[in-house]
Design a protein around this ligand. Structure first.
Ligand code: SF4
Length: 339
């Protein structure tokens, strides 16, 4: 199976089964999220139903960094905004803009006192996002893939932006899973993914160490001088805990908005060959290729692409759209139910 389909299976499994240790009541799962420098295949945000209910009044869309600044510090009683919000470190006009957006979203109220804008919150922003778990998916973890991945994972461990890092790889029939023999950082856990007659399961075969997300992290900028396993000549910079905390919140908010089923947004569900299969996902299927297509090949430039016939849309078209629109709505509904 290609990496894309494997990744969707790991997401579906994590959504149903995380956490394997029973540490929390629910999990928000997202794909392809992270920072400007690093994107993880699968992200699990551990949370509880009560915390998710506390997050609900802030809407389905994410709070970006400016909105988070307002949501986290807005006071319970009317206060001049410059007296209650910490200096953002950038011009205040951007804060005013964010205050008006927060007002439009309905979680902050504003009023004028002369020239001064006063604010008060309608809802307290909850610390809804618990631990963040990053999973890297490598269905075929041969020695050279493991070498390349190990270097990336060393960066992740040094920065410690996520609480846990895992690698998910295909289970084999070997007595000792080959992934255990590769030179991975010991802090990284390994999930062995099996598919028995269409039923997917993941088993932890190496437990990760919990990383210290509240301590300063280390960004490895350049390690080339010392060779791949020699850190003595590498260049570093530190990531302060405040930056890590803000980044983690932003990542959690993006995960909340997107979930892992947003793949339909970058594929062509409006192609007549696009189908969804397996209700546990659902996962995309291409009737023309008679296999699962990847997100990259399912585009307007695909040689087999054919727009869905107008007759398919005739019932509710153009308001309801055809099967393509229905696919997006179905995936959207599943995402919302999760939240
Ligand atoms: S034919 Fe191409 S565009 Fe259409 S569903 Fe298959 S992969 Fe996607």
């Amino acid at each position: 199976m290609k990496e894309f389909g494997f990744e969707l299976r790991v997401c579906a499994w994590a959504e149903r089964n995380w956490p394997h240790g029973g540490r929390t009541s629910t999990a928000i799962v997202a794909r392809q999220l992270g920072t400007r420098r690093r994107r993880w295949d699968t992200l699990v945000i551990e949370t509880t139903d009560a915390d998710l209910r506390g997050r609900e009044p802030f809407g389905e869309d994410r709070l970006d960094s400016d909105l988070l600044h307002v949501a986290r510090h807005a006071p319970a009683s009317w206060t001049y905004y410059r007296e209650c919000l910490p200096d953002p470190g950038y011009p205040w006009r951007y804060v005013r803009e964010a205050i008006h957006r927060a007002d439009d979203r309905g979680f902050v109220e504003t009023r004028r006192d002369g020239n001064r804008i006063e604010i008060r919150r309608r809802y307290r922003y909850p610390a809804w996002a618990g631990r963040i778990v990053a999973i890297e998916n490598k269905p075929d973890l041969d020695a050279s893939a493991a070498r390349r991945l190990a270097e990336q994972l060393e960066h992740d461990v040094a920065l410690a932006l996520a609480d846990e890092i895992w690698v998910a790889t295909t289970a084999t029939d070997e007595e000792i899973e080959p992934a255990l023999l590769e030179a991975m950082p010991v802090e990284v856990g390994i999930l062995s993914v099996s598919n028995e007659r269409g039923s997917w399961d993941c088993e932890p075969i190496w437990q990760p160490r919990t990383l210290d997300v509240s301590a300063p992290g280390t960004r490895i900028l350049d390690r080339s001088a010392g060779g791949p396993r020699d850190m003595s000549a590498a260049r570093f910079e530190y990531a302060d805990p405040g930056w890590k905390h803000r980044k983690r919140l932003e990542i959690a908010e993006r995960a909340y908005e997107r979930g892992w089923r947003s793949y339909a947004a970058t594929m062509r569900p409006d192609c007549r060959h696009f189908e969804l299969e397996d209700p546990t996902g659902p996962f995309p299927w291409c009737a023309a290729k008679q296999r699962e297509q990847t997100a990259a090949e399912c585009s307007g430039s695909c040689a087999d692409f054919e727009p869905e016939p107008p007759a398919w849309r005739s019932m509710g078209w153009p308001i309801e759209g055809g099967p393509g629109r229905a696919t997006k709505r179905l995936l959207d509904r599943k995402r919302q139910r999760r939240r």
